[in-house]
Ligand binder design. Sequence first.
Ligand SMILES: [Zn+2]
Length: 399
Amino acid sequence: MTEQNLRALLGPKTSDTAAGRIVRALSERGPLTAADIARMTGLARSTVSTALVDLRLSGLVRDADVGDDAESKAVGRPGTVITLNPEAGTCVGVHLALDEIRAVIADVSHSFIAEQNIALPKDYSPTVAANILKGWIETTYAENGLRLSGLLGIGVSVSAPVSPDGTVNRSSIVPTWAGVNVSEVFGKAFNTLVLVDNESNCSAIAEWMWGGAVGEPDFVLFKVDLGVGGAVVSNGKLMRGVAGGSGEFGHISLDPDGELCRCGNRGCLELMANLQRPLRILSAAHGREFTVEDAVDLANSGDAGAMRLIADLADVAGRGLAIVCSILNPPLVLVSGALARTGNVFLEPLLSSYERHAHLKTRDLPPERKTRFVFGTLLKNDVVLGAVGMVLRHHGRAG
Ligand SMILES: [Zn+2]
């Protein structure tokens, strides 16, 4: 078994072969039964069985181990669960944050091997980030006995709209990045596939592959945290827009005379519905610096002040969400970000405001026509998981 075999089967030239389709389905979705594979690929069960014999012999696929993550995913499913051989290849996911890189390494069986936050100087350049990441990857691969030749791709998340070619359109974390092609910068440092996307799109990919939206062809991710972001999945595709601006819900202008936003507009939703203002108020009221975690914990403990600040924020966020849903009318909204960890402290006022401002009122709709609202399930590391998921999913879609 070689990485070359796997690379060949993940490439576009094998799009019409049974083995290629099976390998790509396993890369995209992780461990599956033969019945799942037949359903996803459209191949006959007998064709899948025959191809799996060869793939097992080549060492590219194997049965999932009892007790590992793959097995737990299979609970309730009949039949043997099959996975790509973890030794057949690895992918790296990174999120480029304000002053650090968050990175994970996963293998093609969807198991996570290593995770690290790497501190960076503020205002770092993409080239500096790529070189520091390269050093970490080389060290970590050596420590874990992994071959660098098995690195199948790097997914990069940035906090800004990213054009399909990897160009940052308007960087919200480091203004000097606007116009930089991150795909090119990372492509020069690494001799492998590099995919770049906006952080909310990465969150949606993570929830789609492993979280609260598995198998959902249509949903909206609505993320409220230190900022407000979102993503739209429609008909099984992540909507990116012509310039990567799709799902930028935080910059819907609710008040043309409002405060100036860092994007250059006035009165953006994000200005009124992010956690920074509540953190400042709580810090002043309690005489100590409040983190997001502190605020979430305080609200969850039943503190009236923290709950009120979150309810006020949710009221504005609900107005924004009603605009989004009046345009898209999605069957499912995944509520994500730190505030989702406060449960109904956030959700009840959010939905109450949504109902007041939405065009279609939930109360008027039959059950099967109501938009469902659920929490994301990967609330802490969704962005970096989505970055690695972007690569696994890309291989699944090759051809
Ligand atoms: Zn704005």
